[in-house]
Design a protein around this ligand. Structure first.
Ligand code: ACO
Length: 145
């Protein structure tokens, strides 16, 4: 069973590894700190056996919306409910923040993640053509609270 908690500065190397291997992106530590600066509670990690194995970075966007910027579970820890635990915690945090919706973007080909989001009530709200650096389209999704 994973423990879900807020990120700490010394998690950032592991977080960058998970993001790099799962999302194919490498960001400097400063990017994570900058994005989480306004709402540190929205930056969550999943820990199992003392090891950070999952992350979800959410931000507040305007008065009425939170947005999931990055969400990944290390491959060998997937399909064990850690993603669900992170998402449920993030939804609770968003409800407490009194926002009206949660938004995100996902690669159009990422059917596993799209199906996961749909199970939590996210709906397709539009397409971002050639959104990613390799020109793949992005799907905009949102969940009303
Ligand atoms: N035994 C078997 N299956 C289980 C168990 C279990 N104990 N617990 C959950 N599951 C199933 C769930 O029912 C679900 O199955 P289904 O999809 O067939 O219905 C599936 O496992 C996934 O649920 P979780 O385990 O809670 O989710 P997971 O921990 O695998 O995380 C995530 C989901 C984050 C999408 C993961 O697949 C991942 O990291 N993918 C790669 C990165 C990625 O695509 N991230 C999203 C990009 S978009 C963005 O970042 C905004």
């Amino acid at each position: 069973m994973a423990v879900i908690r807020n990120f700490r500065y010394d998690d950032l190397d592991r977080i960058a590894e998970i993001v790099s291997s799962s999302l194919g992106e490498y960001y400097p530590k400063s990017l994570y700190l900058e994005k989480s600066h306004d709402w540190e509670e929205g930056f969550l990690v999943g820990v199992e056996g003392g090891r950070v194995v999952a992350m979800l970075l959410g931000i507040v966007q305007g008065r009425f919306e939170t947005r999931i910027l990055m969400f990944a579970v290390e491959r060998s820890y997937r399909k064990r409910g850690i993603g669900r635990e992170l998402m449920e915690r993030f939804i609770d945090l968003s409800v407490m923040k009194r926002v009206k919706r949660i938004s995100l973007e996902v690669r159009r080909s990422n059917l596993e993640a799209i199906r996961f989001y749909e199970k939590f009530g996210f709906k397709n709200t539009g397409v971002l053509f050639m959104y990613y650096s390799d020109m793949e389209d992005g799907l905009k999704m949102a969940k009303q609270l």
